[in-house]
Design a binder for this molecule. Structure first.
Ligand code: ATP
Length: 135
């Protein structure tokens, strides 16, 4: 087990965000966080807005992600994410501005505010701030 690992590929419509062999990965699945170790059973799951963690040699890399799909098969995890950023790629001022915009929209709730859209934008901003250690 010690020398066994899994390949994780995280891809968005824009780029390959992450492609490495890791010890394990924790993914924000649609029904809650899901840990994937080597020899995991094959699964396909939807992804939620959340923090994705990859752990290699005790070192943890965090990414903010916002939905998509994950497939686990044969010690390979393929994640097709709508968006994904490593914590060190996150533009904190941009996420703070997005949080503020969404909060203002939700507070005003004038007829032209799409509440569901503002709530999703707020959740994405909060996860980016959390992943970058700026809660
Ligand atoms: P904004 O209103 O700031 O654009 P958003 O939540 O609407 O935020 P998304 O639609 O989720 O943005 O993402 C659009 C693109 O911008 C994606 O490529 C995503 O990775 C990137 N992105 C969004 N916010 C940030 C951020 N704070 N730091 C780095 N990249 C970001």
């Amino acid at each position: 087990m010690a020398d066994k690992n899994i390949t994780v590929e995280i891809v968005t419509p824009e780029r390959v965000v992450f492609s490495e062999q890791v010890d394990f990965v924790v993914v924000p699945g649609i029904e809650g966080y899901l840990g994937v170790l080597p020899m995991h059973a094959p699964i396909v799951s939807g992804l939620n807005i959340g923090i994705l963690k990859v752990i290699t040699g005790g070192k943890e890399t965090k990414l903010a992600t916002s939905g998509g799909f994950m497939e686990v098969n044969n010690d390979k995890v393929v994640i097709l994410a709508e968006t994904a950023e490593r914590s060190d790629e996150i533009d904190v001022s941009r996420a703070k501005a997005a949080r503020e915009r969404a909060e203002q929209r939700l507070a005003s709730r004038t007829h032209d505010v799409d509440v569901a859209r503002a709530e999703m934008a707020l959740r994405r901003a909060l996860i980016r701030l959390k992943a970058s250690g700026n809660e």
